[in-house]
Design a protein around this ligand. Structure first.
Ligand code: FAD
Ligand code: NAP
Length: 334
């Protein structure tokens, strides 16, 4: 256990705050020895720090989950179940599967962070979410130290949601996650830009690796690399609103993009709303709204979490006023 450690290397916004205490573990046994401290301190379990914003020093215990390992659990003629340690880098794990021809995660290539955080918000991209291939996860209950297995229905996955962000918040440490992957996969290229990218790559019958490469190329062309420009991906969730809200926006913006989201509801693109409101590419001192993707707030270097939070608040209020839609933050605020 270390004291007064800078968290700058441990969050992709690159915010320079201190944690009162800092620890890491690379096995469930090591985690057990930390549990007495975790129980008695405000604790933040972290993976890659790519979905967090620190607005002040963290007065509690910041713990990095570094459990590694990837193993095959089960194999049939059609499927394979692969389990990965929570501390495995997500993209490396996806590449492990893609390289072996295990289908299902290729659309989720290049998402930053670790495997252990992937169920927290049911990470998703390009028409796929982890719930589509999720098999189970094992997590240590902080109050008892017991390892519990969660299956799909236990996790209450939703759009960027899970039980671990709601009812069970701060109660479990996820230690490994397993996925059921297909040995004879059908590609999911329903998300328009993937098809367009594949076409540009000259590929007509895509394999898993081609879809993964297309996703990587699209992401690299429009999303900032946190190593070069501090950010935590989409700062806001895409709002799901009633049909009437869409109709009201359409009276001014005929071509507002929307996607079906259940009965009488639609999903709007938060990035589009923010762009229409004139925020895209705007810089305020050391922080701003990314020039290619308005959903991404950035730290140009030296910015504070408070500045980014305040910018996000101004955007929320402006979008509320202009479109009557309340944006919710996707990034976890501390
Ligand atoms: P952290 O930021 O370390 O933690 C996030 C939350 O999970 C915190 O509440 C933390 O306490 C909790 N947590 C982490 N690990 C554990 C554990 N083992 N047990 C219990 N709780 C834990 N997200 C998407 O869904 N889709 C995308 O396409 C996407 N693209 C992104 C692109 C960029 C450039 C960036 C910077 C981010 C993007 N994100 C995306 C957001 C982010 O990468 C994901 O949410 C990712 O899963 C976060 O992983 P992490 O390990 O960095 O989590
Ligand atoms: P985009 O392609 O510019 O599209 C804008 C939004 O419209 C997306 O957020 C997406 O919602 C929605 N959308 C587009 N086509 C859709 C379709 N065919 N069906 C349903 N919804 C559709 O988005 P982008 O910003 O470049 O991101 C591409 C993908 O990567 C998205 O899935 C996005 O969620 C994901 N991504 C996530 C993060 C993050 O931090 N969470 C960061 C970067 C990228 P959905 O977001 O619901 O898919």
């Amino acid at each position: 256990m270390q004291k007064g450690i800078s968290l700058k290397p441990y969050n992709t916004f690159g915010i320079d705050v201190k944690a009162a205490s800092f620890a890491s573990f690379d096995s469930i046994e090591e985690l057990s020895t930390l549990l007495p401290s975790i129980k008695t301190h405000e604790t933040l379990i972290s993976g890659g720090g790519s979905n967090m914003l620190f607005t002040k020093d963290f007065e509690g215990l910041f713990v990095r989950n570094c459990i590694k390992g990837i193993k095959e659990i089960e194999r049939t003629e059609t499927h394979v179940v692969i389990e990965a340690g929570a501390g495995e880098v997500w993209h490396d794990f996806v590449m492990y599967c893609v390289d072996r021809g295990y289908g299902g995660l290729e659309n989720l290539s290049l998402i930053p962070g670790c495997v252990g955080a992937s169920p927290m918000q049911n990470i998703g991209a390009y028409g796929v979410e982890i719930k589509d291939t999720f098999a189970y996860l094992d997590a240590v209950e902080i109050s008892t130290g017991e390892v519990k297995r969660f299956h799909l229905t236990d996790c209450a996955f939703g759009y960027r949601e899970s039980v671990f962000k709601r009812e069970l918040k701060n109660q479990y440490v996820i230690c490994n996650v397993a996925f059921t992957l297909s040995l004879h996969p059908t590609m999911n290229t329903s998300y328009g830009v993937i098809e367009a990218e594949l076409k540009q790559m000259g590929i007509t019958t895509p394999r898993i690796k081609d879809v993964s490469n297309a996703v990587i190329r699209i992401r690299q062309s429009k999303l900032p690399d946190p190593k070069q420009l501090g950010n935590a991906g989409s700062f806001f969730k895409n709002p799901v609103v009633a049909d009437e809200v869409l109709q009201s926006i359409q009276s001014t913006y005929e071509r507002v993009p929307s996607y079906p989201a259940g009965e009488d509801q639609v999903k709007l693109a938060a990035g589009w709303l923010i762009e229409q409101a004139g925020w895209k590419g705007k810089r305020f001192g050391n922080v701003g709204v990314h020039e290619l993707q308005a959903l991404v707030l950035v730290n140009y270097g030296g910015g504070t979490g408070k500045e980014i939070y305040e910018l996000s608040q101004r955007i929320i209020e402006d979008i509320q006023e202009k479109f009557g839609v309340r944006l919710e933050r996707e990034v976890n605020i501390y």
